[in-house]
Design a protein around this ligand. Structure first.
Ligand code: SAH
Ligand code: SF4
Length: 354
């Protein structure tokens, strides 16, 4: 059997985006300016200061000819009652993606940005609206980086050190690992926005080949795994990736993710009413974690209902009792407040709706 993610996703064919290049790329491509300066101006100033006074005409001409300086456009902003906002970005080729902006608390300027890695997704999880779209194409590193700078410019925060980034928007980031990793490299570069890789989380449905590659890469972000089921039968039914990398293979790959001091793995668990919310599931989940029991966080996400899936959200009682059971069994549990449900911006509701 072949799966859509066995093939690399289609790429946009164009000149490289100037915002997706590292200093060494400018050097290799023969850019006339000092590479570090050009990089830093593009990452820190370009969107904010018109006419780009700190780049010479020669460099600007070179950039026009050899790179793509176009930026996505924010076409729509939906504001949720809970303070979060969903932005629709139109990419240069007319495709659309969504980015969710979630201020942490009312009194701080800290913001979590939920960013996208692909247009659509190839993984086909049955509970997810993005999965129902199928895959259109990979985002390139510049398109990932500019989601962050454009959102900062439009909705804040002013200081990039108030940002936390999660690759939990559209797409499977490990199916687009090269661009995603390059974007993380650029975003965490001290000459750019300087967002520490400790504040960047990549969430995966369990693409083991990607987890194993990312484990060896520098900088290495934090890892979240969307678990969502505790038996192979159930997981394979809702997440086709499990037919290739089953639960024990996934668990084995995590043993090779050597945790740094204070680092934890996050396990997302979409709680679906009557499907994966009973006591046996809690028990199997803890057993599967094994010695990760001390270095993890289980993040329970109540199923967000949408047209593309029959799954139902759990009752408050079943959510509470499942989290209590997990805690009693020795797990660390948080319940994800579903942000932006009223604007279809919550987990699994991101879909190309234009
Ligand atoms: N593709 C990656 C990252 C994007 S999905 C991944 O699957 O991890 C982000 C999270 O949303 C995942 O944990 C996924 O399990 C969850 N999710 C998908 N559909 C959902 C839904 N309908 N309700 C709640 N969470 C959902
Ligand atoms: Fe893709 Fe993640 Fe949705 Fe699965 S849950 S279809 S991997 S975006």
């Amino acid at each position: 059997m072949t799966f859509a993610w066995d093939q690399p996703a289609p790429e946009r064919k164009a000149k490289p985006s100037a915002f997706g290049l590292m200093p060494k790329d400018f050097e290799l491509l023969g850019c006339p300016g000092r590479p570090e300066h050009v990089f830093s101006q593009l990452q820190r100033q370009w969107l904010w200061i018109d006419n780009h006074p700190f780049l010479s005409k020669e460099v600007r001409n070179w950039l026009e000819i050899h790179t793509d300086l176009s930026l996505p456009i924010v076409t729509q902003i939906f504001n949720s009652e809970d303070g979060s906002s969903k932005c629709i970005l139109k990419l240069v080729d007319g495709e659309h993606i969504e980015v969710v902006h979630m201020p942490r608390e009312v009194r701080t300027s800290r913001v979590t940005l939920c960013i996208s890695s692909q247009v659509g997704c190839a993984m086909g999880c049955t509970f997810c609206a993005t999965g129902a779209m199928g895959i259109k194409r990979n985002l390139e590193s510049g398109e990932i980086v500019t989601q962050v700078s454009l959102l900062m410019k439009t909705l804040g925060p002013k200081a990039p050190d108030h940002l936390t980034l999660v690759f939990m928007g559209m797409g499977e980031p490990l199916h687009n690992l090269d661009h995603v990793h390059k974007a993380i490299h650029i975003l965490s570069n001290p000459l750019g926005l300087n967002i520490s890789s400790k504040r960047i989380t990549v969430s995966t449905s369990g693409l083991v080949s990607g987890i194993e590659r990312l484990a060896e890469m520098t900088p290495r972000p934090l890892l979240a795994i969307s678990l969502n089921a505790t038996t192979d039968e159930m997981r394979s039914a809702s997440m086709p990736i499990n037919r290739v990398y089953n639960l024990s293979r996934l668990r084995q790959a995590l043993d090779r993710w050597v945790l740094k001091p204070n680092e934890k793995l996050t396990f997302e668990y979409v709680l679906m009413s009557g499907i994966n919310d009973n006591y046996e599931d809690a028990k199997r989940l803890c057993e599967w974690l094994g010695d990760l029991r001390h270095r993890h966080n289980v993040n329970l996400i109540p199923m967000n209902e949408h047209e593309a899936s029959d799954q139902k959200q759990p009752t408050d009682e079943s959510l509470q009792s499942f989290s209590r059971n997990l805690r009693d069994l020795g797990c660390f549990v948080t319940v994800r407040k579903s942000r932006g449900r009223d604007i279809q911006a919550a987990c699994g509701q991101l879909i190309r709706n234009l």
